[in-house]
Design a protein around this ligand. Structure first.
Ligand code: FAD
Length: 457
């Protein structure tokens, strides 16, 4: 049976981006406007990153830099200190605590505004402008339709792209969704596991598997590079201005890397840490990204992204130490190479690997492959029914580089005719297509504030 309800604003997705959009709407003043937040997960405010109950999984960023509220930098730290006064700005706390904090932040904003946000559990299958009205129809899998004046898509990350055609992967034990750790329970302990990827998601999977007693795990990526650790005593980035060495016409990747390296070397000679230079770059990354031509952006994605990622997306010192121990005890092996094929031979699965720089393929006998190659940002290849509907009906368009969804400066999506769709907004990691640096809390909290202002405009 179809139930039709009405709301002024519908937020689809209650991860960090959706929750903080709601929090900012409340603090900006909603008046008599009604807001509903819909998520396919029963527990709101957690999203993909902060829904874990495993306290061994830590944030990758110290508490002092994780405030959800851009204007109150110690908001998260103060929350942590209500749990344990020993937490300080350099503490790496669990992601579970962060999920609780996001829910606390929403409730706190509701109490201050004396207004509540309606929570609905369900999967949104389509969002369509309603012909002849200024409404959108948001349709859920259970048949509910919510009519809304404005819609915010805060859908988060999508599963990694498949490394091989599904016909090949169907023959073997293959885990396509690295965040569904319940699938790890079915992995046999007496076989070797091949994790595709050597970034933060791969390391999470490694920790989860070794905690469950697995001892024979290979992590492989094209370059086999591992994330660097944060300093033992991280410090918040200092206030600085746009780095002058990027202030050039026709910025190229080659020039940018050379200039950044030189600046880091010179600062290290003066006793500074390279992480300070990376941290200071962060507020200006969108501006630097916009200076690259499409050709240079492609070059960056082809040649430099691996190096960028390991310096930018760092591990907590505790996690790094744990990783080092797993490698030293040979429970984890790191490989640089590419998976080119898989075959099933009796009860064994053979992965054919092309090692980096080597011409002869290697064979690895494995039990399971887990795909941790990173979230898929190419909307053309995303399997979410909602994204497919929006794309097939021309309401959204992907960018040329497969980095996300195109939006205008008001966060309204741009349709297939290159026109913005009034009232249909996007926030989340797919802002990468416009800003490059847009997937973590430090950026998304600012975007959430801006999206909320646009919604109330
Ligand atoms: C494992 C992990 C750890 C991370 N750790 C950190 C960290 O320590 N520090 C940091 O700054 N950043 C971290 N990040 C980055 C993280 O991406 C952001 O902090 C933030 O969580 C992104 O939030 P989001 O709301 O955009 O997406 P998500 O958290 O993915 O939330 C999207 C929500 O939308 C819902 N949804 C999607 N489609 C539909 C639909 N059709 N109908 C209904 N609901 C739908 C999903 O169920 C989900 O709850 C981490 C990311 C991951 C994946």
């Amino acid at each position: 049976m179809t139930t039709i309800t009405k709301s002024d604003i519908v937020i689809v997705g209650s991860g960090f981006s959706g929750t903080l959009t709601a929090v900012n709407l409340l603090s900006l003043g909603l008046g008599d406007k009604e807001v509903v937040i819909i998520d396919s997960k029963p527990q709101i405010c957690r999203g993909l990153a902060y829904g874990t109950g495993d306290d061994n999984l830590l944030l990758n960023v110290p508490a002092g830099n994780m405030s959800a509220l851009h204007k109150i930098p110690d908001h998260f730290l103060k929350y942590c200190q209500t749990i344990d006064p020993a937490f300080n700005e350099g503490s790496f706390v669990s992601r579970r605590i962060y999920g609780d904090y996001l829910e606390f932040t929403l409730i706190e904003a509701e109490q201050k505004a004396a207004k509540s946000i309606k929570r609905t559990s369900g999967t949104v299958l389509s969002v369509r402008p309603q012909v002849g009205t200024d409404h959108f129809c948001v349709s859920l899998a259970d048949g509910t339709i919510v009519q809304a004046l404005k819609v915010v898509l805060a859908l988060g990350h999508f599963q990694p792209q498949s490394p091989l055609p599904s016909t090949q992967l169907n023959q073997i034990s293959y885990i396509s969704n690295p965040w569904d750790v319940s699938a790890f329970d079915h992995v046999r302990r007496d076989t070797q596991i091949l994790i595709l990827g050597t970034g933060l998601t791969a390391i999470d999977a490694l920790f989860k598997l070794t905690s469950a007693g697995h001892k024979n795990i290979t992590l492989m990526s094209r370059k086999g590079l591992l994330p660097h650790p944060h300093r033992a005593t991280p410090k918040p980035p200092s206030k600085n201005s746009f780095p002058q060495f990027f202030d050039v016409q026709n910025l190229t990747v080659r020039y940018a890397i050379k200039a950044l390296r030189e600046s880091i070397r010179s600062r290290c000679r003066d006793g500074e840490d390279w992480r300070d230079a990376m941290n200071e770059l962060r507020p200006y990354t969108p501006e630097i990204w916009s200076k690259f031509s499409t050709k240079e952006k492609k070059r960056f994605l082809r040649q430099a992204i691996g190096f960028w990622d390991i310096h930018r997306h760092r591990l907590s010192p505790v996690a790094y130490n744990r990783l080092e121990k797993l490698i030293a005890t040979e429970q984890a092996t790191i490989l640089a190479g590419r998976l080119v094929d898989v075959t099933q031979q009796k009860d064994k699965c053979i992965a054919i690997i092309q090692p980096r720089g080597g011409d002869k393929n290697k064979q690895l006998s494995i039990g399971t492959i887990i795909n941790c190659t990173g979230p898929n940002s190419d909307v053309e290849k995303v399997t979410s029914p909602l994204i497919q509907q929006l794309l097939s009906e021309g309401l959204i368009a992907s960018d040329k580089l497969g980095l996300g969804i195109l939006i205008n400066d008001q966060y309204e999506v741009i349709n297939a005719n290159n026109q913005s769709v009034a009232g249909l907004h996007y926030i989340g990691p797919l802002l990468k297509s416009k800003y490059w640096e847009a997937i973590a809390v430090a950026e998304l909290r600012k975007h959430a504030q801006q999206v909320a202002s646009e919604l109330l405009r």
